[in-house]
Design a protein around this ligand. Sequence first.
Ligand SMILES: [Zn+2]
Ligand SMILES: [Zn+2]
Length: 346
Amino acid sequence: MKALTLTAYHEFTYGEAPEPEIGPHDVLVAVKACGICGSDIHGMDGSSGRRIPPIIMGHEACGVIVKAGEAVSKWHPEDKVAFDSMLYCGTCPDCLAGRTNLCPERRVIGVSCGDYRRHGAFAEFVALPEHVLIPLPEGLSYEEGAFGEPVAVALHAVARVAPSPGDTAVVVGAGLIGLLVVQALKRAGCARVLAVDLDEGRLALAQELGADGGVNSRAEDALAQIRAWAGGDGADIAMEVVGISPTIQLAVRSVRKGGKVGAVGNLKAMVDFPLQEIVTREIAVIGTCASAGEYEEALHAVAEGSIRVRPLMSAVAGLSEGGEWFRRLYQNDEGLMKVVLRPENA
Ligand SMILES: [Zn+2]
Ligand SMILES: [Zn+2]
């Protein structure tokens, strides 16, 4: 089969790769569309340690089943499917409690990190265990179906923070996940949502997608603007979707006493934390990672239009051009959001 392989850091090869083999409980999926994730970009230079070459990356995908293992009964060739990119065991205490993202056996498709190597979906075919498959809703295009993972991440983040109807929320960082979080907050019943970012284009896009205002964090009085917008003592909720010291501080200072901060971004492993404000103002800081069962809801939210992903799709390109798109995304100077790759015969 044809595949796009990361053969060395910063180096991609498009060409022949062995077709993945499937076990009795697996299916083989012909990939129709696969999005390039931020974690792939951070992986291609070795900085994250989670894409050790050689690896076929790609975990935000959907396609059509072409082959099912002999023990698979629920799925059949021709079924259109997306899949949860996190493989979990399904039997440990975390999995049984529904927190599959915390499974100690958790493995991510398209990742190689020293403990394992699991080839992903920047290829004509990908092998998947049947229990992670999700039917692609009727009428959803493959390109939109490739957004299941980032949308599920946003839904999970908002579910973790559990807004009450009518809450005000501030989203610090209006990149791809931030823009999905803005929409997920509105969908969850927040009355007003404010986007905060350095980039005016992103702030405009956030408002096109439902944010009720935008504040440029470059402004000297950004915090004062946020507080004025929220009114009273601050917003009920802030979602931090960057993961560096200044943005964590801004998020904590955006909320009222007793408010909640959802910690989504983690660009840096360590940040300066305004500890005293968190303690004395009783602010809850809630970590959120990946998703745990929100995948199907995510695909339906996109299909019904309550979460819009088309405005976030910067390009749809052939898999053979993937290396060039990775280079452009890595340079990060064109304001690109999501790039979706499609195998040439898809
Ligand atoms: Zn991803
Ligand atoms: Zn488990």
